[in-house]
Design a protein around this ligand. Structure first.
Ligand code: DGY
Length: 318
């Protein structure tokens, strides 16, 4: 079998693929352009992609031999699943293996913004630590605060479990109430507007789709407390960037921790970065050694299972 991989991924995944077939890997540090991807994957049976590759009908029509697209990510907004299904192409993802690592980073961002860790660090590096300041670097307490989780899937639940260790009150919003999870996590369901108004921290854990694109805009940000912090480790376009900028300008919220942005990458001169209480990381929520290796392994196993006609562990379409 012939397999194309759109970037260098952890060895464990590449080794599994190489044992099974003829593998071509895009060695560039940046993602391949569409034409480069087509050249790389010409004649391939399986394509292992990352969230940087847009997989749509046009790409699939240029790669008619491809029977499976295995995305090394839990999110799949880069893939037109309907177009794949129409062409009989299986789509696989890597859920579960990154849940805890992503929740760690969401909590890390929450602490970083609230306790002004990057600001303090930058000041020390810049030689601006002059003395102990009774009024310097004050921020909201995390312990005992109210955390609003939007989207109580696997990662949202993992964040809720961490919040319990900080003695936080946990609210959540999801389209459907989850009584079993509410009980286990001690989480209370709220309408989105109520959650935004009551929470000291709001953390987003929804997939990007038609319903969630731009779901946090001016109206939603204005409902938040001026002391509140918004955390986004989901997908950048869930938050309207201009509205977030306005929220910081107008003091509608206190700060934001963003692992994902719109656009991505966020340009270094983007006005959001002028705000010290906006902490931005470069989409690294799943970036632990172990988790990235597990993602690569699962993506490889999914791809091989489809090509071997076995039932793949994680496939979105029949
Ligand atoms: C995903 O898996 O969707 C993340 O955004 C990258 O790990």
């Amino acid at each position: 079998m012939r397999i194309a991989v759109s970037r260098v991924i952890p060895e464990v995944g590449l080794n599994l693929l190489r044992e099974a077939g003829d593998v071509t890997v895009w060695e560039g540090e940046l993602p391949p352009s569409r034409d480069e991807l087509v050249r790389l994957a010409e004649g391939a049976d399986g394509l292992l992609t990352l969230l940087t590759e847009r997989v749509d009908g046009d790409l699939l029509d240029r790669l008619p031999s491809v029977r499976v697209v295995s995305n090394m990510a839990v999110g799949f907004d880069n893939i037109d699943v309907a177009a794949c299904t129409e062409r009989g192409v299986a789509v696989c993802t890597t859920p579960d293996v990154l849940t805890e690592t992503t929740a760690d980073l969401a909590f890390g961002l929450l602490l970083a913004v609230a306790r002004r860790i990057p600001e303090g660090h930058n000041a020390v590096r810049a030689g601006a630590w002059r003395t102990w300041e009774p009024m310097g670097y004050l921020g909201p307490d995390v312990h005992g605060a109210t955390l609003g989780i939007v989207g109580l899937g696997r990662i949202g639940q993992a964040v809720a479990r961490r919040a319990r260790g900080f003695n936080m009150r946990v609210l959540y919003h999801a389209p459907r109430r989850r009584p079993e999870v509410e009980e286990e996590l001690g989480a209370e369901w709220r309408e989105l507007d109520a959650l935004l108004a009551e929470s000291d921290f709001v953390s987003l854990h929804v997939p990007l789709n038609e319903q969630t694109r731009g779901m946090i805009g001016r109206e939603q940000l204005r409902r938040m407390k001026p002391s509140a912090v918004l955390i986004n480790t989901a997908r950048g376009p869930v938050v309207q960037t201009d509205a977030l900028l306005e929220a910081m300008e107008q003091g509608w919220i206190w700060g934001a921790g963003l692992d994902v942005t719109d656009p991505e990458p966020l340009p270094a001169d983007h006005p959001l970065l002028r705000y010290p209480r906006v902490v931005v990381t470069p989409h690294i929520a799943s970036a632990s050694f172990t988790t990235r290796a597990r993602m690569a392994e699962l993506a490889a196993r999914n791809l091989l299972a489809v090509l071997r006609g076995e039932s793949p562990p994680r496939c979105l379409n029949p």
